[in-house]
Design a protein around this ligand. Structure first.
Ligand code: F6R
Length: 610
């Protein structure tokens, strides 16, 4: 949520243009409002409004702002409605201090009250403004920006990062206190940002910051300090090999469609990487644990559900899938020093997941294994070990290729664990790994090709459907939930994903003539799911099927488009392939409804708040 970018340039006078260009790459973090504070000749020009970068730029001319340094912010609203007054950056009491944050302050109400009572002019209801006032407050007593920024963190409780400057001082300061922050050193500029994509237009010479660290940006260098005692740290920048073109649409109308089409290659990449990375250590961690949890949110949780079934089916090993925010109240007291938490997060910054990571680490409650996509994320640096998803940037807010990669990783780990503990015979295990490596990429491509047109046609018939269900059984349980999440997330149709045998225990009452229910099946489970299809069909419901072509399923579809057929393969590959038509269906439905699937309303891709 929210993205900040701060730049200090040596010979630059077009700070607006470059801040807009860099910030555009952070759009996935928030698009409720945008603002730029640019400093020119000791005066701060602050322009901000609700809307996307492009909309606010064309309205307020952000790109034309001049100066040699500045801070931009893209907001995903939490504290305070998405209004111009709550948009960031903010000024301090006067138009001297300027700054913006990402994250949340837990002591917002008390601290705002305290500031107001001591004479601070707080204009908004946004917690980011308090960061600027905190610096303003400590500057009053110290007369020194470095100390003021450092001391301000003593007043601010929560997980956040902020960038701040003074009109009459050439530096920009930034601190990382729980939210992500990366710095970059370019030839004529230095930059600090919530994430790498906005740094790459300037440089790939980067520094990943750790919590409780602070940076001071001058045109020539980025100095890193420990917040606690102000000690300078010797941190060597590294060259990022992430291709900046990953953040381009590459000819596709939306990132989401591009990312769906990247999935065949993702399978190749992740299978190649994981096998090269000596995966035995991860399999050992899973095997050695006395209790295992798969902790994730949203799409990553849905992939975790698929994973749980794989571990049961292929390795006979129980793993409990738990939603990140639910973990402590539900399972926190059951952890021991022999437990394993597998923390799955595309961003590696999701606060609900980092809370679990901290709970485990602070109380010495066993081990953590991260499965993450963003290299340099907090999860990567702090988990005992991590597996990369190898997806490159996923820009579109709805997860597609990272969900896919996660499911493949679970299938692989479960097979290797099953081979090792004797649940699978070695031949069987080798054959499935061979299928994952060699057949799945081709089958994934075939599924995209085969279901593209069908899902487009099907989407048109669901345009006016206010709500629907996606039901799965066994290995397709998580797939049904993922399909439903995609539909509600980017199409705004209410769509519930649930276990098909559970539907009769209440939800079935919603079915009337023509009510659509999508059933997702493997060839192994179709004998069972047919019962659940019947329960809907005999009440006049419209049954839509996702799975391989099976004669016994054909009588249940009224039109060709209601059978989203995936190519034939092994039943164990079915859950991987079945998700693709659901991704495509949600994509086309979203586009048909005039929604931008990359930027669904109210959402942000990186949720660094509780
Ligand atoms: C849905 C989606 C979200 C994320 C969730 C977790 O399409 O993208 O549900 O899956 O916010 O994010 P990560 O995986 O970054 O922890």
């Amino acid at each position: 949520m929210c993205g900040i970018t701060g730049i200090v340039g040596r010979s630059r006078n077009d700070i607006g243009r470059i801040l807009v260009e860099c910030s555009r790459k952070l759009t996935y973090r928030g698009y409720d409002s945008v603002g730029v504070a640019a400093v020119n000749n000791g005066k701060v020009d602050l322009r901000k409004n609700v809307g996307t970068v492009d909309a606010v730029d064309s309205e307020l001319g952000l790109s034309e702002m001049i100066g040699d340094r500045g801070i931009a912010q893209l907001r995903w609203a939490t504290y305070g409605a998405p209004t111009i007054i709550n948009a960031q950056p903010h000024f301090g009491c006067e138009e001297v201090f300027y700054g913006a944050h990402n994250g949340n302050l837990h002591n917002y109400y008390e601290y705002r009250k305290e500031l107001v009572e001591t004479g601070h002019i707080v204009r908004s209801e946004n917690d980011g403004e308090l960061c600027v006032h905190a610096v303003d407050k400590y500057y009053e007593s110290t007369g020194d920006m470095f100390d003021a920024v450092r001391f301000s963190t003593r007043d601010l409780k929560g997980a956040f990062a902020f960038a701040v400057g003074r009109a009459d001082e050439p530096e920009i300061y930034a601190v990382k206190m729980g939210s992500s922050l990366v710095a970059g050193i370019a030839e004529n500029d230095t930059i600090v940002s919530s994430d790498l994509p906005s740094i790459l237009p300037l440089t790939n010479n980067v520094l990943y910051l750790q919590d409780s660290e602070m940076v001071v940006l001058t045109p020539d260098e980025v100095k890193v300090y420990r917040v606690e005692d102000g000690k300078q740290l010797n941190r060597i920048p590294e060259i990022s090999n992430v291709d900046a073109r990953a953040a381009e649409k590459g000819g596709y109308p939306h990132f989401m469609l591009k990312e769906i089409h990247e999935q065949p290659q993702i399978v190749r990449d992740v299978m190649g990487l994981i096998q090269k990375s000596k995966p035995e250590k991860w399999i050992q961690m899973i095997e050695d644990a006395s209790s295992r949890y798969l902790v994730a949110c949203g799409s990553s949780h849905n992939a975790g559900i698929v994973g749980t079934y794989f571990f049961n089916r292929l390795a006979g090993v129980p793993i409990t899938p738990v939603i990140g925010g639910q973990f402590e109240p539900m399972c926190g007291n059951t952890l021991t020093d022999e437990s394993l938490c597998i923390l799955v997060s595309q961003s590696g910054e999701t606060k609900d997941i980092l809370n679990v990571l901290n709970h485990v680490r602070n109380n010495n409650l066993g081990k953590t294994l991260g499965i993450l996509n963003v290299v340099g994320s907090t999860l990567m640096f702090n988990a005992d070990s991590y597996i990369p998803m190898a997806c490159g940037y996923e820009i579109s807010v709805p997860a597609t290729k990272t969900y896919y990669s996660q499911s493949v990783i679970f299938a692989y780990l479960a097979t290797r664990l099953g081979e090792r503990n004797g649940h699978l015979d070695s031949q069987e295990a080798k054959q499935f790994i061979h299928q994952l490596e060699n057949e799945l990429p081709i089958l994934t491509q075939k599924t995209i090709d085969k279901t593209g047109i069908l899902t487009k046609d099907l989407a048109r018939t669901l345009m006016d459907t206010p709500d629907l269900y996606c039901l799965g059984y066994g290995l397709t349980d998580g797939v049904a939930r993922e399909g439903a999440l995609k539909i509600k997330e980017i199409c705004y149709n209410h769509c519930e994903g649930m276990y098909s045998s559970e539907f009769k225990h209440g939800p079935l009452s919603i079915v009337t003539d023509g009510y659509p229910v999508i059933f997702i099946t493997t060839t192994e489970d179709s004998w069972m799911i047919i019962n659940h299809i019947n329960e809907v069909a005999c009440r006049g419901g419209r049954t839509i099927i996702v799975g391989e072509r099976e004669e016994k399923l054909e009588p249940y579809v009224a039109n060709t488009i209601d059978y989203l057929e995936v190519p034939s393969s092994s039943p164990l590959l079915n859950p991987l392939l079945d998700v693709i038509p659901l991704q495509l269906l949600s994509y086309y439905l979203s586009v048909d409804k005039g929604i931008n699937p990359d930027l669904p309303r109210n959402l942000s891709k990186t949720l660094t708040v509780d």
